[in-house]
Write a new protein. Sequence first.
Length: 428
Amino acid sequence: MATRSNSKAGRLLATLAVVGLVTLSACAEQGGSGNSAGGEGLEPGATKEDYIAAFEDLDPIEIRTQTPAPKGSTTGKNVEDYLAAVEEWSGGKITFDIAYANAVAQPAEIDDALNDGRLDLGQVLPIYEPSEYPATAALIEGGFISDQSPVVGALQSNAWPNDVAFNTPEIMEEWDAHGLVPLVPVYNSGSNGLFCSQERNDLSSISGTAVGSGGTAQSKQIEALGGSPASVAYTELYESLERGVVGCTVSSPTVAVLGGYLPQAPHVVIDPAAGFALAPGGMAFSKAKWEELPLVAQQLFWDKLDVFIGGNIVSKIWPNSVEAAAVAKESGGSIQAFSDDARAALQAVNEELLDDLRDVRAVGDGDAFVDSMLEAAERWLEIVGGDLGYADEVGYNDFDTWYTEDAIDIEPFLQKLLDDTFAEHRPS
């Protein structure tokens, strides 16, 4: 990876703006499943054979969609696997016209493409348009309350925001008002950390350092650590780190690995107890297209969400965490936690940011909204680490030598998430 050209790194980085996204709400009262083209549906738990039989007499359905990455890339694998599962379970009756690497619409335009017919299904980034999706943006901005550890954190942080989204009418109404039916309200690409050209994990070493920032919340967090936030385009990060324009950037292992700049910034800080703001997104259907689909087709898109959600973690977050740890060490760095003073500073500003969310006007009761976030995050932390027994046996720095494809059985988590959060919204 150290030999990648700047231009290649730029092209890769340009695909990463959508690295974290999918959303689905099919509640009849929220403009979802109540408006299908009709027909017979299937009960929850239907098998592949049941679905194939149900599709036998239906006309073929083609869905226009795109992925955020080149074909076969780790970044887009969960999307590709999801589409393949839907096609297989429909007996080939549902097919996809797939554009790769956001070839149809760039991240900030995907919702427009879903409305004007260029796409039927796509990944949307509400955080790019916070004035258009203020309630959703508020939920996203509070994502730093998640646990930041490699196993428990990856599971918990991809669960609780969906719980809150489905139970916040203002969020679901925003999507409906934009002509969208979300399938998975929030998914991310892993924890964000501080990636630096030299070791910086305490306030004295961070002080005065120019740090690439991805938004207002991150800028406030960087300032609290003594850094100077810098707005650097994804396509310029590789060169900016290489030339010393910035000394660090806030990023996730997924973005850093795929962007190819880890050899330039191998000194990484990801602290399980103090997180940076994320920029996750959601996958949504065009409402117009969704309402044309037979009920059984809507149910199939819903019932195979385990492939998308599970793949996002198993095929993207964890493999990239492995690669990040390995490349950081090969390049003379490591992945460490913050020193006590820096951790305390980040936690303090995070409390301030959370208090600011209590004043958000996009939801009816800001206090109740933030409380619901904290409650859901704590509940899912207990579910993941307590009820289901997932644990972090190692930290990020040793993840490359510990993790294997069969090290973690994600199925109990997926079943719990679908049963507790998604099942009641299944089209019917």
